[in-house]
Ligand binder design. Structure first.
Ligand code: UD1
Ligand code: UDP
Length: 383
């Protein structure tokens, strides 16, 4: 039996892990054992535990309970504990997802003790190193042995950084192999969309059933930690809701709630809370989230995952950033970048509500990325 150690910690990677665990169970239940390690980067019930049960993710083999702190403190503590676990359990490969501090800690710890790293969601670049995620993803790609990119642009970015597309020979950290495989979150969205439609009662609970609404999420540090940007976004959303007589559903990341309460102008916060069409709610489970995405007229977000899910469900999307690593979304015209600029946000929302995009070409694969990844890991690393 071969052993894969999967490192997760933040909300999006817990959700991503569901796709790979499902494929491993389907294809390799007798040959590969998966040891899921949860770093504890996210820990609130609705940021972590909720996903395990509803998405059928195996119970973590180890919980590190690292929690929140500064980048160095958090990443360092994770590395120390992950290295101990890896030395003790000697996995044959380590899987990391995306670009969080948990991703960086897992990839550095494994690569330095000679365990091959598999990076899922490799090659993405925003070309903005002020984002901690950009540093995490570049570092992770460069210590990985197998790199799986969801998009063609990701492959082009890797090539530009010196990665070869030659798939001959044995994959090692010095001879890494890169694959364009589609997006495992597309797999998940297809897999869970029916269940979400059947099970989610969130819209009834918040009194939005049958009403047109906008779904919005904000959590990127550049938006939350800067009171001017944060208020510009919420002011823009309030105007869009009022002028278009639309509700807005905002499942608030704990980081955003914290900064909004600490830094926003008091009178504005009161106006926001008093507006009946603005639903500031706690983070929701994945089934509720994709039910919201399926029903929304428009999605407004700075989340990487939510941008793509809007596209999977053929919804226009306003991206509250100046750049995105998912450039294909912008190229198709289904998404637009507005930064945290109130006027640009309002103009883009009005345009999309009047004239929603119609074309959503298949740029994220056909829903079988996870199986491709598992087969490739088995062939490349275990035979
Ligand atoms: C992290 C990732 C980001 C990812 C996001 C997904 C890094 C550097 N950032 O950002 O790439 O898009 O997760 O959601 O890894 N908090 C809670 N409860 C929790 C988790 C967080 O209250 O369960 C609060 C704490 O105040 C914490 C803050 O949120 O300090 C930020 O959490 P952290 O994990 O450091 O960064 P995120 O903003 O969540
Ligand atoms: N998500 C969720 N509940 C929420 C908000 C987001 O389940 O209240 C899901 C969302 O559907 C997507 C993932 O979390 O699959 C995205 O995570 P997040 O926005 O936290 O991080 P990012 O993708 O930007 O790294």
């Amino acid at each position: 039996m071969k052993k894969i150690m999967t490192i997760i910690g933040a909300r999006p990677q817990i959700i991503k892990a569901a796709a790979i665990s499902r494929a491993l169970e389907k294809l390799y239940s007798n040959e590969i054992e998966e040891l899921i390690v949860h770093t504890g980067q996210h820990y609130d019930e609705n940021m972590s535990a909720v996903f395990f049960e509803e998405l059928g993710i195996p119970k973590p083999f180890a919980q590190l309970r690292i929690g929140s702190s500064s980048h160095g403190d958090q990443t360092g503590a994770m590395m120390r504990d992950l290295e101990n676990l890896m030395l003790k359990h000697a996995p044959d490969a380590v899987i990391v997802y995306g670009d969080t501090n948990s991703t960086l800690a897992g990839s550095l710890a494994a690569s330095k003790i000679g365990i091959p790293v598999v990076h899922i969601e490799a090659g993405l670049r925003s070309f903005n190193k002020a984002m901690p995620e950009e540093i995490n993803r570049i570092m992770t790609d460069h210590v990985s042995t197998l790199l799986f990119s969801p998009t063609k642009q990701g492959i082009a970015n890797l090539q530009r950084e010196g990665f070869s597309l030659d798939l001959r020979g044995i994959a090692t950290i010095d001879h890494p192999k890169t694959y364009h495989c589609g997006d495992i979150m597309h797999d998940n969205s297809l897999h869970f969309s029916k269940l979400a439609e059947q099970q989610s009662t969130l819209l009834e609970q918040i009194g939005c059933k049958g009403k047109p609404f906008i779904l919005a999420t904000v959590h990127r540090n550049t938006n939350t930690d800067d009171p001017k940007r944060l208020q510009a976004i919420f002011r823009g959303l309030l105007t869009v809701a009022q002028t278009n007589r639309l509700d807005i559903v905002l499942p608030l990341h704990p980081r955003t709630r914290k900064y909004l309460e600490q830094t926003a102008d008091h009178a504005f916060l009161e106006q926001l809370s008093a507006e009946p069409g603005i639903h500031l709610i706690d983070p929701v489970g994945f089934l509720d989230m994709i039910a919201l995405e399926q029903q929304a007229s428009l999605v407004v977000t700075d989340s990487g995952g939510v941008q793509k899910e809007a596209y999977f469900f053929r919804k226009p999307c306003i991206v509250l950033r100046e750049e995105t690593e998912w450039v294909e979304l912008i190229e198709t015209g289904a998404a637009v970048l507005t930064g945290a600029d109130e006027a640009r946000l309002i103009a883009a929302a009005n345009r999309f509500l009047e004239q929603p995009p119609k074309s959503f070409p298949e740029i994220f694969g056909d829903g079988t990325a996870s199986e491709f990844i598992c087969r490739t890991i088995s062939e490349e690393l275990f035979t």
